[in-house]
Design a protein around this ligand. Sequence first.
Ligand code: ACO
Length: 334
Amino acid sequence: MNHPCYICGLGSCIPPRVMTNHDLEKLVETSDEWITTRTGIKERHVLEDGVNASDCGAEAARAALEEAGVLPEEVTHVFVATCTPDYLCPSTACVIASKLGISAADGRKGNVMCLDFNAACTGFVYGLELARNTVQSHPDAVVLLVATEALSRRTNFTDRTTCVLFGDAAGAVVIRSEEKGALWQLRDVVCSSDGSLHDLIKIGGGSACRIKEGDAVGADWFISMQGMAVFKHAVRSMTEESQTILARNGISLDELDLFIPHQANLRIIKAVGERLGIDENKVFANVQHYGNTSAATLPVAMEDARRSGALRPGMKVLLTSFGGGMTWGSALLA
Ligand code: ACO
């Protein structure tokens, strides 16, 4: 039997330090006008030195747990979507579990599964699928799904083609089979990928980056991207994946209350909305304030939409995303 699966807590963390387009004008040959017309982005937030993806993720997680009324010792799984983990090892999930007192709370040690995974900007959607499968096979599971990114740590602030696009943030949800107090049912998730396109977006620092102590890091340490190819793929994949999930659930565009696409570029968001043919008032965008925060964009957008009144519990919501890999996916909440 498939157990239903519910989102019962949501939280986000936005680092207080703001970097505006005008700040970037001082670093590279660019302009507020170029960035605004090509991307819609006006500002992004960046982590202070000494504050890491795990800190921001832990703060978002605390808010999600509090809303869900879940104590740290009740969490059974910590899944962290990130392409900018604190370390290659240990996992950021273990670090967050430690910061929240999940692993050792009330003397409990072990029996908590902590896992990082990397689906780049599609991480939150992939994480919803991981959480859904976990809850369906373990109905008592209480899953903490965190999406956290410290992209500024891998941004090359001398490369104008990428440095204007990204920011840091985190979002988190608590997912379990208990309906009481739930915000949304996780109705369905679709996840896809095409590994033959893995060269389109890269962030170095893994073991393929050969480096020995004392070496200066090379350009491959930072984010690199073939922007226009990614743009075209993003529009096509998010549109088609959204159509797939709506069709297989028998839901029409008119029945949707809100569409929240990955926040990478306002032009991509508009193009997907137009291709789908959805009322533009139902398309949520906040990329103007944060830039692309990769896996974190969807939970951060959900929290912002809720604060603005555009998103309420029980609404029919379509989430869709794409990212490095290439990966893409959609999720349906109701
Ligand atoms: N300021 C001023 N000029 C710039 C800048 C800048 N910041 N960046 C590029 N340019 C110049 C280019 O050099 C080029 O000049 P040229 O014509 O003299 O060669 C010109 O502007 C046009 O460049 P394009 O790359 O063609 O501009 P485009 O309209 O494609 O916009 C952009 C670029 C914004 C990157 C767009 O392609 C895009 O958004 N792509 C998708 C990126 C994305 O969403 N990535 C998300 C995945 S990331 C992840 O998964 C971690």
